[in-house]
Each structure stands twice: as C-alpha cells, then as structure tokens.
Design a protein around this ligand. Structure first.
Ligand code: PEP
Length: 252
C-alpha cells in the first residue's frame, strides 16, 4: 500500500522562532488528532531543521529539507550536504523544485546527482517534476514530465527508487492561485504511474506515492485528493498557516 502524504514546503519564509512556533503548533495538533495511516513532512529552511526535527514528536510527522548539494563535503561555500541534513534528524529532502530549476539553473543531470547523494545518506527524496505554461499550451507537458523523470530518477535501482516520492507540480499552478483541475491532476498522475510501471514494474508503481503541488489549499484539497492516483500534496503557501495546513491534511 502506498503512503498518503502531505508535505509542506515553507520555502524561504519565517525566522527561526516563527518556524519553531508553527512546528510546535502542528505537532500538538497531530498529537491530539493522530494521523493514523497518513504522514506529514515539514520541509523547512536549513537553519530550522535541527530544532524542528526535535520538536516533532507526533507519530507520522517529520522534518525535511528543500535542497541539498550533490557533493559529499568540501570547499563549496554556502552549501549544505545530504549528510548534514541527515544529522539534524530530518528524514527527507525536496529535489528538483521548479524554483531551483528556474532560478538556480538546476539541470536534470545535476538533480540526478543530488538525488544519488540524498539516497546514499539515507534521506527520502521528494522529487519534483512539472511543465511550464507554454509547454502545456504546446501540448508537450507529458514529454516534459517523462524527460524529467527519466533523466532525474529512473537511473536508480528499484531499491533506491522505493525511497523516492514523486511530486507533480505544474509550474503554472505554483504560487499563482491557479490550480490544476482534478481531471488534469489525475491524468498526469496516472501517466506518471504508467511510466513508473514501465520502468520498475506494477508492484513498484502501485507502491509509489505521487503528490500534487500547485496552489493546493483547504478549499480544493479534497477534490484533488479524491483522485485514485493523487496520494496527497506538496503544499507551499498554505503550509505556512497552521489551521489551513491542518485542514488540508484532514482532507486526505
Ligand atoms: C510549492 O512551492 O511546492 C507549491 C506547491 O507552492 P504553492 O502551494 O504556494 O503553489
């Protein structure tokens, strides 16, 4: 059975005290309202990770990072390694978010190296894929997602791949308030699962968690999550507001 997950991507928001207060508030909520078979991952800025990891004691709730470097260690000023992330107690890392691809020029090849380094250090990878608006309008969105997954993720062994979560995030829906329709999300998620099946077989495909991301909020989460191939969400803006995030988790 694949895991149902809601992951929050805090991006570059909140100072340490604000972030810790949000994490503690969410932790208390999930102690009082157990997640049961669902899981919550809070992907915080690096500086929050150690304290947030320690604060998250509710079953099924853990911390994750939003990026990692592709090298093991060394003279890479300002960078953070996968091993450092793991040492904070965080269990996951987002790789390939569209903001990293766009603003920092991260290529499919670099993302495969980052994923390898994350997996080598025992982190789970939340691997993001998704097309920009012109690619959807040009009807090449399936080709784009296929290329991103084949180059970034499908080079790994079945064992490694089983520690990866895929997040489909149409770039035109991220932070825009425009959400993919439930039908658009389902269509792409089913396509992604088919690709996984072709590469790794039916059982692995059935067990792969595929999250939707892009302006998902409390008011539209239930209809997105109702689709058979949508196993939860990667939530940006709405993950910064405690009650909104809890409602999204509740919709799962
Ligand atoms: C994201 O950044 O991963 C995201 C989905 O953002 P938002 O929910 O704000 O669109």
């Amino acid at each position: 059975m694949r895991k149902k997950i809601v992951a929050g991507n805090w991006k570059m928001n909140m100072d340490l005290n604000e972030g810790l207060a949000l994490a503690e508030g969410l932790n208390n909520h999930f102690i009082a309202n157990p997640l049961k078979d669902r899981e919550v991952i809070l992907c915080t800025p690096f500086i929050h990770l150690a304290l947030v990891s320690r604060a998250l004691t509710a079953p099924g709730v853990s911390a994750g990072a939003q990026n990692c470097n592709d090298h093991k260690s060394g003279a890479y000023t300002g960078e953070v390694s996968a091993a450092m992330i793991r040492s904070t107690g965080a269990g996951s890392v987002i790789i390939g978010h569209s903001e990293r691809r766009t603003y920092y020029g991260e290529t499919d090849e670099l993302l495969a190296s980052k994923t390898a380094e994350a997996l080598r250090n025992g982190l789970r990878v939340i691997f993001c894929c998704g097309e920009v608006l012109s690619e959807r309008e040009g009807n090449i969105h399936f080709d784009v997602v296929k290329r991103q997954l084949e180059k970034g993720l499908f080079g790994f062994s079945e064992e490694d791949f089983s520690r990866c979560i895929i997040a489909y995030e149409p770039v035109w829906a991220i932070g825009t308030g425009v959400t993919a329709s439930p039908a658009q999300a389902q269509e792409m998620h089913a396509f992604i699962r088919e690709l996984v099946e072709k590469r790794y077989g039916k059982e692995v495909a059935e067990n792969t968690t595929v999250l939707y991301g892009g302006s998902c909020k409390a008011s539209n989460a239930a209809e997105l999550f109702a689709n058979p191939d949508v196993d939860g969400g990667l939530i940006g803006g709405a993950s910064l507001v405690r009650d909104e995030f809890c409602s999204i988790v509740n919709a799962l």
